[in-house]
Design a protein around this ligand. Sequence first.
Ligand code: HEM
Length: 479
Amino acid sequence: MESIKIKKITSVWIITVLVLFVASIVLGILMRLNQGGALNQAPINFYSNMTIHGLTMIGIWFVAGMAGINFLMERYVKTSYKANLTAFILTVIGVVMLWVITLVGKFHVAWTFLYPMPFKIMWAKWATPAFLVAMSILSIGWLIWSISMMTQILKKYSIAQAFAWQHFTKDPSVKTPPFILISMITLVGVITCLFVAVVLMALYFAEFLSKGSFVNDALLMKNLTYFFGHTIANEMLYLGLAVLYELFAEVGGKAKWQTSWYVALAWNFTLIFILTAFFHHLYMDFVQPEGFQIIGQLASYMASLPAAAVTVFSVWVAVYRTKIKWSLTNLLFFIGVAGWVIGGFGAVIDATISNNVVLHNTLWVPAHFHSYNVMGNVLFSLAFFYWFSIQFTEKVVNERLSKLVLSLLIIGGAGFLLAFYLGGADSIPRRYSNYPAEFTSAKPLALVGAAFATVYLIPILILFVTITKRCIKVLFSSR
Ligand code: HEM
């Protein structure tokens, strides 16, 4: 039984994520309107908005996944409320700082803050050190939280059991729940990349404080930055999948999924390859040793394909020719898997070296990562939020609203993404605040993208209101 404290803190996480999500979507729509010529933002404002949009989106969907697995983990092991609360407090401090740094200080290095850009001051002078402090606060808060959850898993399961290695033998005596396996695999990746983030911040600080006597190696900094950024953006998807493995069958009224040898194998593969897939961000860095580029391509395939194959198989077996109880929760999961797979295909196409020569830094890049976020991971977490909100309040689902929500999500999401994909296929570069006249299709596509993103915003607002209302009830309830 979950404690009252975990219910309340999970409600606070959900409300915080939803508020920031709506604000960040609005920034996204403003960016597309500007790219379409309907708005005329100064470039510095466009890039400040782009920076905070990217940072916030990655941050909130990471913590949404963490809050989800933390809540569900209570079914198997006791988790630390203090670690959860500490992470929340540090997240609020970090996020408020980032919004001030970008919107007031006009810090605009994009969410990838590629070295040495943070030192090429074109914004308020205080913004660079404040940015480094904010990123350190966030990394440390999340590190404490993830280490604490991993420790709790290891108090109950041995290392071999947490990684489900006993499932490679016949009839294992201890069965590792898929939720524990995926959480463990993901937490190891999360801890590794957050640790790298702390090292990266230390190197930035060393150069900043040395006043020129210490200069970092640009290639090393880029490798570290992508090790952190690419990995955390991928791991957050797997947090969402852990939640899906735990809840999909349950809400459909079916028996819980079990770990089999191939599920264990696929997820162990994911652990290894997810940590090296980031090399595909450095294909255009010709000084990078060639072996790493080859590892980058192979790891990009191996990190996503096994996990995708077993998940799609499990979901398909669960629904094919079987009567299951459909609700908004498992429909969001189901559509999310489709969005994840479509985005994954887009990513694998881009991670293939011969294609990357053409697609590098075109709109294909935001196309694929928005696919597995906007129509993938976000839907996994929204499914959890929705499921959570009805656990402790009324359980009656308004079917008419569900249909409207799903239809608008699919229409808005698909149209918004298609405008990015078509732009990428037409070689339109990403991250342009205003497109030169030579890119004839760029502006109309941006306007189409803005219109569909607005359609996507409507169901998000409906979910925001319904879920938030219920979470507020949980906050004020004494049970
Ligand atoms: C309907 C909702 C959304 C809209 C309208 C939107 C819009 C945009 C736009 C216009 C860009 C700039 C594209 C370019 O020209 O390079 C962008 C970048 C980005 N978006 Fe979104 N987005 C949305 C949802 C999301 C979600 C859910 C995530 C992640 C979970 C996300 C993460 C990012 C990131 C990381 C960037 C890159 C920022 C950078 O280059 O520094 N977005 N988004």
